[in-house]
Design a binder for this molecule. Structure first.
Ligand code: MG
Length: 247
């Protein structure tokens, strides 16, 4: 899974380099698929429940599951990319929201809070804690900043399959839910909006956007719960750090 995670991280870094004004999301997807296959991986999204592309790319008010297509990246866009890679039968999953050029201060704050929420959730992914500790930590950061957590979409276990138990909501009570054990591998993924929490499904049956048209961000890592201390982040390869992406 760590090797799959490195390919995921490299793919996200590549998408970040190429997400510049003028390129379409379909072109970004093609670059990602080429890279993933060159590394010996398979894009997990492609064909997953019929999803037609190698990555999900969701601009602006689109929260998740955007089908790469004709959207041409523009200055001021937020571009959320979500990448799953299968390598030797194991899956890693990560997402990142890129800011294209300059954005309003409130949009920058949304980005900062999204990263902070992910870091707070990851910090709770410790053996002996419960799923609700992750959920509550994410929710506290997001709502404390005056933003909303999308409630109908959740993080998840990941490993031999893209989506496994347990579900990891981005809201909930500390001390509740399944107990975390060393070796569990989890995709923790706050999806947050600048406005309200409600979302809707587009006619393509995949893309999900905010109901009120507010901007959304999505940050995700696959982590492995450790015997002691904080988890190992499997999708935080050097390539991603080099590209200046945190966490
Ligand atoms: Mg995920």
């Amino acid at each position: 899974m760590a090797r799959a995670g490195e390919v995921v991280a490299g793919t996200i870094a590549l998408l970040g380099e190429h997400a510049q004004p003028g390129i379409t999301t379909a072109e970004l997807d093609r670059l990602a698929e080429e890279f993933i296959r060159e590394q010996g991986g398979v894009p997990t999204s492609k064909g997953y429940r019929g999803f037609p592309a190698a990555t999900c790319i969701s601009p602006n008010a689109m929260v998740v599951h955007g089908i790469p297509g004709k959207h041409r990246v523009e200055d001021g866009d937020l571009i959320s990319v979500d990448v799953g890679v299968t390598l030797d039968g194991l899956v890693a999953d990560s997402a990142y929201t890129f800011r294209i050029g300059a954005v309003e201060p409130e949009v920058q704050r949304l980005l900062d809070v999204g990263k902070e929420a992910l870091a707070a959730g990851i910090a709770q992914a410790r053996a002996g804690n419960r799923v609700g500790d992750i959920s509550h930590a994410v929710q506290a950061v997001v709502e404390g900043a005056g933003f909303s957590v999308v409630r109908s979409l959740v993080g998840h276990g990941v490993g031999r399959s893209y989506h496994e138990e347990p579900q990891i909501p981005n809201f909930g009570d500390a001390g509740r839910g399944a107990r975390l054990q060393a070796g569990m591998t989890l995709a923790i993924e706050p999806m947050i909006t600048a406005g309200g929490p409600d979302v809707y499904l587009h006619d393509d049956d995949w893309s999900i956007s905010t109901a009120d048209g507010s901007m959304a961000v999505h940050f995700e890592h696959t982590v492995a719960v450790a015997e002691e201390g904080p988890p190992r982040i499997l999708t935080a390869a050097k390539s991603r750090e080099k590209a200046g992406l945190v966490p």
